[in-house]
Design a binder for this molecule. Structure first.
Ligand SMILES: Cc1cc2nc3c(=O)[nH]c(=O)nc-3n(C[C@H](O)[C@H](O)[C@H](O)COP(=O)(O)OP(=O)(O)OC[C@H]3O[C@@H](n4cnc5c(N)ncnc54)[C@H](O)[C@@H]3O)c2cc1C
Length: 587
């Protein structure tokens, strides 16, 4: 089984040294979130993840969730761990004090999300969608619904789901068939089938609150006729107690490649009582509140899995002896594989991407808080534009890099990585879903290019490029080679942006065939921007923690030499166009 040590030191470094951001500092309610408090939270988080949740990864993989006589049973150990998890208040970490939450900012909760993803993604998913449901209800529901449902979700006694997918409707939600018939008391009755529903049913909570998209019987076809409904597994009485079983049942659970401890359910809705959330026919807009925040969290899932894959690869490379290194001093036997240049390169590739991603995510979590909580509407809007631009990048980049990193981890482990012994192949399998759910990565890339580069608020990408150029204006000689390299790639990204915007107007297939490349180029530059912020502190504060900062500087050096240049490769392949792709005759 893989071991795991939560990277609390790196997280605290980001919180302590990279938090100083004017707009974020303006948010009154977070002024009291001190370094000591955050350190305590992260140390406790490390304990529960390392000691209680990590062992569930193996048990969930070996004893997948089952459907038995209509009841979905989670793997051994899940119930006990979940009780402890909610008793310690982890479901309430980032929720509003009004509903019993702890009111911690996302600059803290993202670290918990990462740790939980490292320990067990399957276990994480049971509470993750609950936070998604919490966000959606708190943004769009009436006060009455909020008061009735949110405290129990925050407490973790009730969980949440997100029900979009149907057999014929995956990416294209306009095709959905689930119907909602209005009743005389203002409620609706929902009928239809949803598939692939994460945590759709299970035995961990007293109730499950489904957020379901459906079409009211008098609504138009397509996406313009979709509304959002809250459908509880058990109806809830006026006093908040649990009432009768609603018309929702589990048809089956999926047999999957990975995340086997997570219940992925087929749910049948038969005249199930539902309550409309938000305006009629605007259901997708309301659901996107849940999905946008959720997409960043899916990126963090990739980051968390990458971290545990890296940690175990590093330990293995230090204890496995094979072959002689080029400068070997061994006469009998072999050297540790960590001495081989190729293994070292793999380890540094993993480490430099992971630490850069973590720094980028921390920066984005600040932008998210500013977009939600700053007192100045203009500043809120600017931050919201950055978050909207970067959401598909984080989701796609981090999940795809998770595949690269878990694959490299398997390679470092050789045959022991492919067989089940070390638990590495499970990380690869578990991570694979992150590129598919919450909108496939290709669709994220299309969303970035066709919808996010420019919107009614202006030219977002160029504002972002300006912002990172300004951030590179660092008065420190030692950062100069890094700044030069980053500026070179910002120019490439600028050219790529001009090219793709032109293609959006004149040759949509060229643009479509380039979306994934564009997203990757932007992702590599965005991670380099995050590294610049780390480097600025590392050079300035060097004497106070030499070994830590030297490690950062050398890791960044690898990133700038070996990883960032991949952005240019994406540019070069993309601008070859798409004629030869679209005209190819598949037999
Ligand atoms: C384990 C698991 C958990 C899930 N959890 C949930 C959940 O909790 N709630 C929920 O509602 N759903 C859930 N899903 C469903 C998931 O979100 C969908 O599988 C995903 O959105 C893709 O839909 P699809 O599988 O129908 O693929 P399709 O939409 O059929 O896509 C097939 C391929 O075509 C590509 N494609 C489709 N449209 C376009 C386009 N316009 N341009 C370019 N390429 C395109 C896709 O990128 C993909 O490669 C889950 C799925 C799994 C496997």
């Amino acid at each position: 089984m893989p071991t795991y040590n939560a990277p609390v030191e790196d997280m605290m470094f980001l919180f302590n040294k990279l938090r100083n951001n004017k707009n974020y500092n303006d948010i009154e309610k977070y002024k009291e979130v001190s370094s000591e408090l955050v350190k305590n939270i992260l140390e406790e988080a490390a304990k529960i993840n390392q000691n209680i949740i990590l062992p569930l990864a193996k048990s969930g993989d070996e004893n997948p969730t089952i459907l038995e006589n209509g009841i979905v049973r989670t793997p051994p150990g899940y119930k006990e761990a979940y009780s402890k998890y909610i008793e310690d208040g982890w479901t309430s970490l980032s929720c509003d004090l009004k509903y019993g939450g702890q009111g911690m900012p996302k600059t803290v909760s993202i670290f918990f999300d990462e740790m939980l993803s490292s320990a067990s993604l399957s276990f994480k998913l049971y509470s993750e969608l609950s936070i998604g449901a919490y966000n959606c209800i708190s943004h769009h529901a009436t006060e009455e619904i909020k008061d009735k449902y949110l405290p129990k979700i925050v407490e973790g006694k009730w969980s949440g789901t997100m029900c979009l997918t149907e057999p014929i409707c995956g990416t294209d939600l306009g095709l959905l068939k689930t119907k909602a018939q209005k009743q005389s008391d203002g409620t609706y009755k929902l009928t239809g089938q949803k598939i692939f529903i994460t945590s759709g049913d299970h035995d961990l909570t007293e109730n499950i609150i489904h957020l379901v998209i459906a079409r009211a019987t008098d609504s138009p076809s397509g996406t313009k006729g979709i509304s959002l409904f809250l459908v509880p597994k058990f109806t809830v009485n006026n006093d908040g107690s649990i009432g009768a079983r609603n018309g929702v049942s589990t048809g089956s659970i999926e047999n999957k490649m990975g995340i086997k401890g997570s219940a992925t359910c087929v749910l049948n809705f038969d005249d199930a009582v539902g309550y409309m959330i938000g305006p009629k026919n605007r259901g997708l807009n309301s659901m996107f509140t849940m999905m946008n925040l959720e997409r960043i969290i899916v990126g963090i899932q990739g980051l968390g899995i990458s971290e545990i894959a890296y940690q175990n690869s590093l330990s293995y490379a230090k204890e496995r002896k094979q072959g002689k290194t080029n400068n070997s001093k061994v006469t009998n036997g072999a050297d540790y594989i960590i001495g081989h240049a190729d293994i070292r390169k793999s380890l540094l590739n993993m480490k430099s991407i992971i630490e850069g991603e973590r720094a980028l995510c921390f920066w984005l979590s600040q932008q998210t808080e500013v977009s939600l909580n700053h007192y100045d509407e203009k500043i809120r809007l600017e931050a919201a534009n950055i978050v909207s631009l970067m959401t598909p990048v984080v989701k796609t980049m981090f999940s795809d890099m998770g595949m690269e990193i878990t694959s490299e981890a398997m390679q470092v482990h050789g045959g022991y990585g492919y067989t089940k012994d070390q638990g590495i192949e499970q990380l690869y399998r578990d991570n694979r879903i992150t590129s598919i759910y919450e909108g496939t990565n290709s669709v994220q890339a299309a969303d970035l290019v066709f919808r996010k580069l420019v919107n009614k608020n202006g030219d977002i990408i160029n504002k972002y490029l300006e912002l990172i150029k300004n951030d590179c204006n660092i008065q420190n000689e030692k950062t100069k080679p890094f700044v030069k390299e980053l500026n070179y790639h910002i120019d490439i990204l600028s050219n790529f942006t001009t090219w793709i915007k032109e293609k959006i107007k004149n040759s949509k297939d060229d643009a479509s065939a380039a979306c994934n490349d564009y997203l990757k180029a932007l992702g590599f530059v965005a991670i380099a921007h995050a590294w610049m912020k780390v480097l600025e502190v590392s050079f300035k504060d060097y004497d106070n923690n030499k070994s830590f900062y030297e490690d950062k500087i050398q890791t960044a050096n690898f990133y700038f030499k070996r990883v960032l240049p991949r952005a240019e490769g994406h540019f070069k392949t993309a601008i070859t166009g798409s004629d030869y792709i679209m005209n190819f005759k598949f037999n």
